[in-house]
Design a binder for this molecule. Structure first.
Ligand SMILES: [Zn+2]
Ligand SMILES: [Zn+2]
Length: 241
């Protein structure tokens, strides 16, 4: 079946995301736009993933929600890790938090909200999520793959936190499952990116939504056996160029 994807959506757990990014708003907006599968990818954390999954089960049963995280490397590159299940996402989060840089002087904690499926406040995330880890892009790729997850460098067409601009090149031995371009990327941008990557890799669009209006009509459709992580992994592995 043809499945519309948006594998990069933030919740109100990300300090830079809007307060309206609560589970019900995300799942209903995604469903209205005809998106079949989303990944919740807050910065270096997965605290709201289970709430969005639970909310979708009730209010958007056709929508598949995958656990994910947007991990910051020590070079300040953003890399999406999409995980097969919640348990592995939480285990990965625990490791990432041990590698996160220390907290800034300013008060940040009230900007990092963990809520339940009905958006009731549960707690604040105490680790500062906008810091970088001390892990290289290769370390992050290996770590996510050790959990059988998918490694997708985020918004690779962007100068800030995009892999190619930040490093100045695409590491030839870096193992990724796809690369993501922002929803604004043009055909020309994509052509340029393809030539910068030393091997063939699927290029997908995501919204990188921090606010509700950022979630827009999907631009990436994949032919999947079913709406599941395993089917997504299979489709990326067998991607026809
Ligand atoms: Zn990012
Ligand atoms: Zn993001």
């Amino acid at each position: 079946m043809k499945v519309a994807l948006d594998l990069h959506i933030h919740t109100l757990l990300s300090p830079c995301a809007g307060i309206e990014m609560i589970p019900i708003n995300i799942v209903t907006r995604a469903q209205e736009l005809g998106i079949d599968m989303i990944a919740i990818t807050d910065h270096n954390a997965v605290g709201n993933v289970s709430s969005v999954i639970d909310c979708a089960k009730i209010y958007a049963p056709e929508l598949k929600v995958l656990p994910g995280m947007e991990i910051t490397s020590r070079e300040e590159v953003h890399i999406l890790g999409i995980l097969p299940n919640l348990e592995s996402a939480k285990e990965l989060e625990a490791i990432i938090h041990r590698h996160l840089s220390k907290v800034p002087e300013r008060d940040y904690i009230t900007e990092q909200l963990i809520v339940d499926k009905d958006a009731n406040f549960i707690k604040y995330e105490e680790d500062f999520l906008l810091g970088a880890t001390d892990l290289s892009v290769e370390d992050i790729s290996n770590l996510v793959h050790s959990f059988n997850g998918l490694v997708i460098p985020a918004h690779i067409d962007r100068e800030s936190f995009g892999l190619i601009y930040t490093l100045g090149f695409f590491p030839p031995n870096l193992e990724v499952d796809a690369v993501e371009v922002s929803k604004f990327a043009t055909e020309k941008d994509i052509e340029l990116i393809s030539t910068s990557i030393p091997y063939r890799v699927p290029i997908i669009f995501s919204s990188d939504a921090h606010f509700l209006d950022d979630i827009t009509k999907p631009r990436t459709f994949l032919d999947l056996e079913e709406k599941s992580f395993d089917a997504l992994k299979e489709a990326l592995r067998n991607y026809k160029f």
